[in-house]
Design a protein around this ligand. Structure first.
Ligand code: ADP
Length: 218
């Protein structure tokens, strides 16, 4: 049966980095609600303005909007053989919707938690930079580019910092995670669908653990 790989973990745990690596290996698309909302917030619509304000405050986009976006994206032909969810679900209502969607699509959910202690997360987020051309993710503390502030693959491109990776918003995002998203780990654990990997090491080691976990569980 085709799979829905759900990457779980706090903001800054490395879900986006791992999803980018996994999509090539598994030949499944990465479906990132954060990336979709970052694209959406650039539009000149009332919804875009609402999303922009919520993201800047470290709060979640409402469930009805998020669910609609995921439903539409995963109905695309490239998701037919499965997909990798990065940043969804984040609330119990979203998890319930995903269960229904998986049943409708005839897919099996496999949740993987990338576990990182709380005290490491804020530094990781504040240090995060990405290339505006290829999306490569760097970290000025953990994984710096070869030359200061430019992409290894696109030397013409200055790296960018996400608007919500500032100290204030980071704290709000961590609180939102603790209150609304962490309880989902128990839900997946109780359903026997959760696998945990240590997210504190090098991204390649974490990637290898995730690949081993995915292969070991059919
Ligand atoms: P991170 O996991 O590092 O916080 P994301 O890129 O996944 O970053 O998310 C950025 C922001 O986008 C969130 O703080 C939230 O406002 C919004 N968002 C992303 N995914 C969801 C979701 N599933 N439900 C509601 N809001 C979301």
């Amino acid at each position: 049966m085709s799979k829905i790989i759900v990457l779980m973990g706090a903001p800054g745990a490395g879900k986006g980095t791992q999803a980018r690596l996994l999509q090539e290996r598994l030949n499944l698309p990465q479906v990132s609600t954060g990336d979709m909302f970052r694209a959406l917030k650039e539009a000149h619509t009332p919804l875009a303005a609402e999303v922009r304000a919520l993201m800047a405050a470290g709060q979640l986009v409402p469930d009805d909007v998020t669910i609609r976006v995921v439903r539409e994206r995963t109905a695309q032909p490239d998701c037919r053989n499965g997909y990798i969810l990065d940043g969804f679900p984040r609330t119990p209502a979203q998890a319930a919707m995903l269960e229904k969607l998986a049943a409708e699509q005839g897919k099996q959910i496999q949740a993987i938690e990338i576990q990182v202690p709380l005290e490491l997360l804020a530094k990781r987020m504040v240090g995060r930079r990405n290339c505006p051309v290829c999306g490569e993710i760097y970290n000025i503390y953990g994984k710096p580019p070869r030359f200061d502030n430019v992409c290894d693959f696109h030397p013409e491109a200055q790296l960018l910092q996400r608007a919500d990776d500032n100290a204030n918003t980071v704290q709000a995002r961590l609180t939102t995670y603790e209150e609304q998203t962490r309880p989902l780990l128990d839900y997946y654990k109780a359903a026997g669908l959760l696998h945990v990997v240590d997210g504190t090491g090098e991204s390649e080691a974490i990637y290898n653990d995730i690949v081993a976990t995915v292969s070991a569980h059919g």
